[in-house]
Design a protein around this ligand. Structure first.
Ligand SMILES: N[C@@H](CCC(=O)N[C@@H](CS)C(=O)NCC(=O)O)C(=O)O
Length: 242
């Protein structure tokens, strides 16, 4: 049995939900509620000591980290592949996935947190907020830096520039292949998808209006039936209680 501990609005969860949908694998949905801090409850921390989602449990075995989970799914369920068979092409796809994990994925948190997540902490005192941050196993410094008031605009602007750099890199790649890393749809496309969707939800879609290949890539991505499965109603409703 496959179980996924995830949150509807979590970008990292969306990556895994998309891979599961593409591979047409059945799974049990364990939805965590961030506003209840489910991700920090002792029973969840036993599964994922990082206190973040998603976590996959396969016949009792635990796999954490969305990119690792998606590679695990490929290893264990090779049908309907999302990785090229050719080893050089596979390395190319993995290099893309690595770049996405290092550059756009952390960058999207800056505008996201400023627009939505800081509202959650509006009623906290500085000390309550600090105590909350101290409970976070892997996001402590990020939260402390953000503070209750959000990141300075210069940091948000720098993050948006890194997202723009990613879009330009995608535009160049899409001159050569149909999808980002290959002519086949791969885990690289899935990895970058939640950052682009979140950009749209933050009204940042102007960042790719002069990039026709990215515009077309996003249109084709949204046309996949698995997109609507991944982004079921409510998954893009970001608000103070998300
Ligand atoms: N590298 C991890 C990062 C997971 C992560 O950051 N998850 C976020 C949601 S996308 C989370 O659970 N945040 C909880 C919080 O900020 O307290 C992965 O890709 O699975």
């Amino acid at each position: 049995m496959l179980e996924l501990y995830n949150a509807p609005i979590s970008t990292c969860s969306q990556k895994v939900r998309m891979a599961l949908a593409e591979k047409q694998i059945d799974w049990v949905d364990h939805r965590l509620v961030f506003s209840n801090f489910d991700q920090l409850k002792p029973e969840y921390l036993k599964l994922n000591p990082n206190g973040v989602v998603p976590t996959l449990v396969h016949d009792g075995g635990v796999v954490v980290d969305s990119s690792v989970i998606n590679e695990y799914l490929e290893d264990v369920f090779p049908e309907r592949p999302l990785r090229p068979a050719n080893k050089i092409e596979l390395a190319h796809m993995r290099a893309w996935r690595q770049f996405i994990d290092e550059v756009p994925t952390p960058s999207i948190r800056y505008p996201s947190f400023n627009a939505y997540f800081v509202q959650k902490y509006a009623h906290y005192t500085d000390e309550e907020f600090r105590q909350h941050a101290m409970r976070l196993p892997v996001r402590r410094d990020f939260y402390l830096k953000m503070g209750r008031g959000g990141f300075p605009q210069a940091e948000v602007d720098a993050a948006i520039q890194r997202l723009r750099d990613t879009l330009e890199r995608m535009e160049r790649a899409l001159e050569k292949t149909q999808w980002i890393a290959n002519d086949m749809f791969t885990l690289a496309d899935i990895s970058v998808m939640p950052s682009i969707v979140r950009m749209e939800d933050l009204s940042l879609q102007g960042q790719w209006k002069d990039l026709p290949r990215v515009t077309d890539w996003y249109r084709r991505l949204q046309a996949r039936p698995t997109f609507a499965i991944t982004y079921y109603p409510g998954t893009r409703d970001l608000g103070p209680t998300c």
